[in-house]
Design a protein around this ligand. Structure first.
Ligand code: ADP
Length: 607
């Protein structure tokens, strides 16, 4: 229930649309009813030219009221000649149909912005919320889940819960009007109809579900086929080299065969649905015809041919809204389930938020201190078990240690990607948790191993996140990052669009672009996670000198892999077992006999 109320809250902004739309619906239903009634004299004028005389004052019972209304209608018909009446009725029928459809269209026209607006708002809200969630939330497993939430679950909500709102204003009024009309025409027959309809409806839904169930299997099979294909196409070189063509072809054939078999079975099921539906409908029709015919022949019913046709017509007209409404009811549970999943994401509180009394910081002047910092991820053991470190303004500080020891984790705590579990981090004597996140992160430029470039122009990539775009400064940044020359060689220079994640650039070029981005931002503090992957010598030299330009005049915290960075560092922190084991300059650390740094150095940096 709570979920439904929450969905309704997204519906509320569109109440004007809902209001107008239900008005249009109401008018459309009225005209629809009129079309059914016009059919009566229309058929009568053709097949029942003898009109019963009018009854005078009606008593207050449905039977006599009905007879009175029919009588009035017949009276009017008797006064005109049949051809004129036919013409007039035909014209009237066209007009009522026209207005019925006009208002029906007006209904969906005013409803469309509401339907689509709700899904847009919900999607927007979700994405906005995801941008506030703590980074710890975005593990690989969850990324797929979040994508599903924002794409398919939101769609589910649209297809169902929102459709419910739509259908609520459209179908029940129609069903109601037709039901009343049918009961007025002939209540006994209508009772029979109302026993038959739910029964056939139930059978038809079962058939539809039976077909749908298989469709899921088809989707899965197609997904597997695509993934085999994708894997095969992207590893053609390896496949040739290992001569595994036959193996790969076999894999593909198996999936292809499965897909074929599933498809054939589904097609057979689908094809069965239509004849079954038709036979069922005919059965229902025949039962009704038989029941009606029997009543008329035996004289139990005095239905005119006009009423007879109008009855059938009204019943057929009622089918569509009835079917829609049935489907909508079916979808409610799906929609609510989807909405619950969406809301479960919206309900996650972002853990890293500004304190109510957080202040802006406008610069970095003195030092950063890690004081007894302990940290563990949500899953797993403590990664940092009491780190102490000091970074003074203007220094280059290197962090080294075996892989997986927590170097990146230690550095990630400073921009508050994660918050310390215990201990604290101070900047100029103030706990970083007392500073607004926005101003804290504004102080630093971060260059990581994974160079992330957006599918945009080179210019936009370098100026990413900066409000002003200063052309000269941009070129200067690119020059300092040794990127200007290769940028100029691209087809449109700074306006060249680089592909997804910068695929059209080499590894070294990508790194230099992300260095240019940091130089352009010009932050007082630099966090640098040096790439470990080897570049060719020329590229390496270009990246190296770009990094030196980047570090010039800035306080830098470097997860260091390059000997040159380490040698010039003012201080090196050697991390092991979650804490700082050794501190000093390169030379000081090498003086520790059998020290960790000495061993690492000999292992990693000697060549
Ligand atoms: P380093 O940078 O020294 O190679 P990391 O800081 O990346 O080490 O990782 C330290 C430890 O924390 C590793 O054991 C790693 O598996 C774990 N770890 C890193 N990131 C996460 C995460 N998001 N969730 C859980 N564990 C993590």
């Amino acid at each position: 229930m709570n979920t439904v109320v929450r969905i309704l809250r997204y519906v509320l902004p569109y109440k004007k649309n809902l209001f107008v739309s239900s008005g249009a619906m109401f008018l459309s239903v009225i005209f629809n009813m009129a079309t059914v009634i016009i059919i009566i004299p229309l058929i009568n004028v053709l097949f029942d030219p003898v009109y019963p005389t009018v009854q005078t004052v009606p008593e207050l019972s449905i039977g006599t009221m009905k007879a009175w209304a029919y009588g009035k209608m017949n009276n009017a018909m008797a006064m005109t000649d049949p051809v004129t009446a036919l013409k007039a009725l035909c014209l009237l029928l066209v007009l009522t149909f026209f207005f019925k459809n006009l208002f029906q269209y007006a209904q969906s026209w005013t409803m469309a912005p509401a339907e689509q607006g709700i899904i847009r708002d919900l999607r927007h809200r979700l994405y906005e919320h995801m941008n506030r969630l703590s980074l710890s939330y975005f593990t690989d497993k969850k990324k797929g889940m979040l994508m599903a939430r924002i794409i398919s679950d939101v769609q589910l909500v649209n297809d169902s819960a929102i459709a419910v709102v739509n259908s609520l204003f459209r179908d029940p009024p129609q069903i109601l009007v037709y039901t009343v009309l049918l009961f007025l025409f002939d209540w006994q027959l209508t009772l029979v109809v109302f026993v038959l309809l739910p029964l056939t409806g139930y059978i038809l839904t079962k058939i539809a579900n039976w077909v749908k169930r298989e469709s899921g299997r088809l989707q899965e099979s197609l997904a597997r086929l695509t993934s085999v294909l994708e894997e095969g196409l992207s590893s053609m070189r390896i496949i040739r080299a290992f001569r595994t063509e036959r193996f790969e072809i076999g894999k593909f054939r198996r999936e292809n065969d499965t897909y074929y078999r599933t498809f054939v079975s589904i097609k057979r099921r689908r094809d069965m649905a239509a004849p079954i539906t038709e036979i069922l409908s005919v059965l229902v029709m025949v039962v009704i015809l038989w029941f009606m015919g029997d009543a008329i022949l035996s004289g139990r019913s005095s239905m005119s041919s006009g009423v007879f046709v109008a009855y059938i017509f009204a019943m057929l007209q009622m089918m569509q809204p009835l079917k829609h409404f049935g489907q909508t009811l079916n979808q409610i549970s799906q929609g609510v389930a989807g909405a619950e999943r969406v809301f479960s994401v919206l309900d996650i509180e972002p853990r890293i938020v500004d304190q109510p009394d957080a202040v802006d910081i406008d610069g970095f002047h003195d030092c950063i201190e890690y004081q007894d910092v302990r940290f563990h991820y949500d899953t797993g053991d403590e990664v940092l078990t009491g780190v102490n470190a000091t970074i003074r303004a203007g220094e280059v500080v290197a962090i080294v240690g075996p892989s997986g020891v927590g170097k990146s984790t230690m550095v990630d705590l400073f921009p508050r990607f994660y918050d310390v579990s215990e201990g604290r981090i101070l900047i100029d004597g103030r706990d970083i948790r007392d500073i607004t996140i926005h101003s804290l992160r504004g102080l630093m430029g971060i260059v990581t191993q994974e160079t992330f470039l957006f599918n945009a122009t080179i210019r936009e990539n370098i100026a990413y996140g900066e409000e002003t775009l200063d052309g000269e400064r941009l070129i200067a940044a690119a020059q300092a990052a040794n990127a200007h020359d290769f940028i100029m060689e691209t087809p449109f220079g700074y306006d060249t669009v680089i592909g997804d994640r910068g695929v059209k650039l080499s590894g070294g070029q990508r790194q230099r672009l992300s260095i240019a981005r940091a130089i352009y931002k010009n932050p007082p503090l630099l966090i640098l996670d040096e790439a470990t992957s080897a570049l060719d010598t020329e590229s390496e030299a270009l990246v190296q000198s770009a990094i030196e330009n980047l570090m010039a005049g800035r306080t830098s915290i470097v997860i260091a892999h390059r000997l040159s960075t380490i040698k010039r560092a003012d201080r090196i922190y050697v991390l092991n077992h979650g804490r700082v084991m050794e501190t000093g300059t390169h030379d000081e650390l090498l003086d520790i006999p059998d020290g960790l740094y000495t061993r690492l150095y000999h292992m990693q940096f000697q060549e």
